[in-house]
Design a protein around this ligand. Structure first.
Ligand SMILES: N[C@@H](CCC(=O)N[C@@H](CS)C(=O)NCC(=O)O)C(=O)O
Length: 197
């Protein structure tokens, strides 16, 4: 299998953590970006990474789907049924939503200043702040190690550090910051953390 990715993508990083945590045999290929068609558009018409090429089977794209597939290959973290399944998926999607808000904020502010749309910038910044505040209220109930939900939250918080340093999420979520610190000693975390290299 081949995972097409970008080292800075929080969505792809979830897959890279899963690959390491589960010891899966997946080649990781850094995709080139074409401004008009996006990444890896020869295998994903949406031009988005991550995309997972599988031998003799359909290519998968959209990171929640890829994560669910990779997770299913060895000792699944995601419960097969019941309320705990929805709880894990919900946490995963909260993490993804945080990454999406940061990604959208980045694309709003990366253009020339005269083209910035202040209301949309505020909208994305508020989504980030409100989600961090929400995570702070539930941090006692989230697993302290890798799980289907925590991979997405950790990747999102690191991405907010990288692209939204001015938002200083730790200053509004002291317990969440302590929880996050617990992951920094894990090999899967440091091996996939390309933000500080
Ligand atoms: N919903 C998608 C979002 C993936 C995504 O937005 N990836 C970004 C990189 S972080 C991308 O490929 N952007 C290229 C583009 O949209 O042109 C997922 O979870 O995989």
């Amino acid at each position: 299998m081949k995972l097409h990715h970008s080292p800075m993508s929080p969505f792809a990083r979830k897959c890279r953590i899963l690959i390491r945590a589960k010891g899966l045999d997946v080649e990781e290929i850094v995709a080139a970006n074409d401004p008009e068609n996006g990444y890896a558009s020869h295998i994903n018409p949406l031009g988005k990474i991550p995309a997972l090429e599988r031998e003799g089977a359909l290519t998968l794209f959209d990171s929640p789907l890829i994560c669910e597939y990779l997770d299913s290959l060895s000792n699944p973290w995601l419960p097969i049924s019941g309320e705990n399944r929805w709880k894990a998926f919900r946490l995963h999607r909260i993490g993804d939503g945080l990454s999406e808000a940061m990604y959208n904020l980045r694309y709003e502010t990366v253009r020339e200043e005269r083209l910035h749309w202040p209301k949309i910038i505020t909208r994305h910044e508020n989504a980030i702040k409100n989600t961090v505040d929400y995570l702070e209220t539930i941090v006692d109930y989230i697993p302290k190690g890798w799980s289907f939900g925590t991979i997405a939250v950790i990747c999102a918080l690191d991405y907010v550090d990288y692209r939204g340093n001015h938002l200083d999420w730790r200053s509004r979520a002291a317990e969440l910051a302590i929880w996050h610190k617990g992951f920094e000693r894990l090999a899967e975390w440091s091996d996939t953390n390309d933000y500080k290299r």
